[in-house]
Design a protein around this ligand. Structure first.
Ligand code: HOZ
Length: 426
């Protein structure tokens, strides 16, 4: 595969941008090659600077549930652009997007629009602290909640392929307030709650973990978190930056039946543009300025172009409920294609991961937390990634990210992918 132009661009990029990329996993270091540079995308396809075409299962790390450049979203965005790119003032679009989010996830009685998932979770945690008057939070190792200081402790995603699990530059004082429990392990949460009685403001969790590969919650795990937070006066925050509008129109609360106090959204809610949201119980969100004393603001919050992309994307998802049945069925087909000895496949709806678990014997089939995910064979994953890419199929360049299926991945493309999987994993 010719990648001459991508290589030239990467050389130039490395002179000015750390690692040549604006987000670490894009550097392809975990799979031992250089990244390709994208020129454009359409439907399920990415086209690189050398004219190569890839069937894309990264989907911009989640937003692309409709595929790339959906004509309705593009048309709406083009129209919005002609009316101005940013006002820093309220718009009707913000109200419509908020109403649509609340219609899909009724627990979100009040919300704020922000620009990134990092900002959304950081703000939700601040609100939880302001509401409860407590400082500590519990998160789970391998869950990733963006790169704000207090949440970069035992985080998943790009941190799992660095040599250290936590970022440098985070003052120890921040980390002291971040307690880390084991995903799917109720006892680890109970212990932290007891040791820190009356001090925990919130438990923040990815209701389906998707940043250490996909790791679904065990039956009863989320219900336990709901119960213990209620008993201890802490809030439950579902970080739905990945799962929101992905597992179902109503996200994780619809998919699992468990309800949180606060939710964070990103990716799909912005239809591919920089937009995110946090919100939930009205009495809790009433803490946010100017109603209350928790400060959070942003020049580009509720940006009119991003809001338009979000509205149009949610409109399509709300109109065509068959989308979820289609993408889940296609992901199920991919799951079946991965099924063989030496692989552990985790799937929740249209999110899935194949963990390379050769020689695991009895334990095969069980990746339920960060420690188990870390034991996977990363070299085997890298070999699989490279074989898939050579066949024109782009999956996330790390064992610890999800495979995303979109509505543009038609059945025939799924079958082609299954064939490539068969040839790439053995
Ligand atoms: N944190 C994102 C994956 N979970 C990576 C985003 C990106 O590189 O674009």
């Amino acid at each position: 595969m010719e990648q001459r132009r991508s290589k030239q661009l990467f050389n130039r990029a490395q002179q000015l941008i750390p690692g040549g990329v604006n987000s670490p996993v894009r550097a392809f270091r975990a799979v031992g090659r250089q990244p390709f540079f994208v020129e454009r995308a359409q439907g399920p396809w990415l086209f690189d600077a050398d004219g190569n075409r890839y069937l894309d299962y990264v989907c911009s790390w989640g937003p692309g549930i409709l595929g790339h450049a959906h004509p309705r979203v593009v048309e709406a965005v083009q129209r919005a652009c002609t009316g101005g790119l940013s006002f820093g003032a309220p718009t009707a679009g913000e109200v419509e997007l908020a109403e649509r989010i609340s219609a899909c996830v009724p627990d979100v009685e009040m919300m704020r629009l922000v620009s990134s998932g990092t900002e959304a979770v950081m703000s939700a945690v601040r609100v939880a602290r302001g509401f409860t008057g407590r400082d500590k939070i519990i998160k789970f190792s391998g869950n990733y909640h963006g790169h704000s200081d207090g949440l970069l402790v035992k985080a998943g995603s790009g941190l799992m392929t660095q040599s250290v699990p936590d970022s440098a530059g985070v003052p120890a004082g921040y980390a002291v307030c971040t307690l880390t429990a084991v995903y799917n392990d109720t006892e680890s949460v109970r212990r932290l709650m007891e040791e820190n009685a009356g001090q925990v403001a919130a438990v923040v969790v990815e209701p389906v973990a998707a940043n250490m590969g996909v790791v679904p919650p065990k039956p009863g795990f989320l219900a336990f978190l709901r119960q213990i937070t209620q008993q201890t006066g802490a809030l439950l925050i579902f970080d739905e930056v990945i799962t929101g509008f992905r597992l179902a129109l109503g996200g994780a609360s619809e998919y699992t039946g468990v309800h949180a106090d606060l939710y964070t959204f990103g990716k799909i809610v912005g239809g591919g543009m920089p937009l995110a949201a946090y919100g939930g119980r009205r009495d809790v969100m009433a803490c946010v300025a100017p109603l209350g004393a928790v400060y959070q603001a942003g020049t580009l919050s509720g940006n009119p172009v991003a809001v338009t992309a979000g509205i149009e994307t949610l409109k399509i998802l709300m109109e065509d409920k068959g989308i979820y049945e289609r993408i889940d069925r296609r992901a199920e087909r991919l799951e079946a294609a991965f099924c063989r000895k030496g692989l552990t496949v985790n799937r929740a709806g249209s999110l899935l991961s194949a963990f390379f678990t050769p020689d695991w014997g009895e334990r095969e089939g069980s990746v339920t937390n960060y420690e188990e995910a870390c034991q996977c064979d990363r070299e085997a994953f890298a070999a699989y990634f490279n074989r898939m890419l050579e066949r024109g199929i782009y999956v996330a360049p790390s064992q610890f990210e999800a495979m995303f299926v979109s509505d543009a991945h038609e059945d025939e493309l799924i079958e082609r992918t299954c064939e490539a999987i068969g040839k790439s994993v053995s």
